[in-house]
Design a protein around this ligand. Structure first.
Ligand code: OFO
Length: 174
């Protein structure tokens, strides 16, 4: 496997793993606050990110590279508020998109069209995740400090899970 592409893929493995860890920290915090819908949403978002990482690990190994399993930093234990959680989530997703775009760029520079093709799945995934995070941030900004609104928001979130690829493909990574 091309060395630069392998390095970029391994960097992405680390990013997906830390996304999973970050959202797990958020989910646990939300659970402690009694925000059950939000925590459920974030737990499943964390699983989704782990699946993104695994899909990359398998791809690198199948293509003759060596996937590096990263050590993880502990996420924060406390967050300022619910709006702050989703603001951080959106900012995080924007950084992940940047990194996916960089991966696409490296693939094109190295003429690795197979990896380029594989990465398109992540390009669409980022589009969806960014759009969802933006919608949530907009909603939460509209609600402001209204307690009843926040209660309904939390309840609604329970039903609006990101389309889990883990469920969609039976976890096979297909
Ligand atoms: Fe892996 O999609 Fe978000 O970060």
């Amino acid at each position: 496997m091309n060395e630069r592409v392998e390095k970029a893929l391994n960097d992405q493995i680390e990013k997906e793993a830390s996304s999973s860890q970050f959202y797990l920290g958020m989910a646990s915090w939300a659970e402690g606050q009694g925000l059950s819908g939000t925590s459920q949403f974030l737990y499943s978002h964390s699983d989704e990110e782990r699946f993104h990482m695994l899909k990359l690990v398998k791809f690198v190994n199948e293509r003759g590279g060596i996937a590096k399993i990263p050590g993880l930093q502990a996420p924060p234990e406390k967050f300022k508020s619910l709006p702050n959680v989703f603001k951080l989530l959106l900012e995080h997703e924007l950084r992940v998109t940047e990194s996916i775009n960089n991966l696409v760029y490296v693939c094109l520079q190295e003429k690795d069209y197979t990896t380029h093709n594989f990465i398109q799945w992540y390009v669409s995934e980022q589009l969806e995740e960014e759009a969802l995070a933006r919608t949530i941030v907009d909603k939460i900004n509209m609600i402001g400090e209204d307690k009843a609104g926040l209660y309904l928001f939390d309840r609604d979130l329970e039903n609006s899970t990101i389309q889990s690829s883990v469920v969609n493909d039976g976890g096979t990574g297909a």
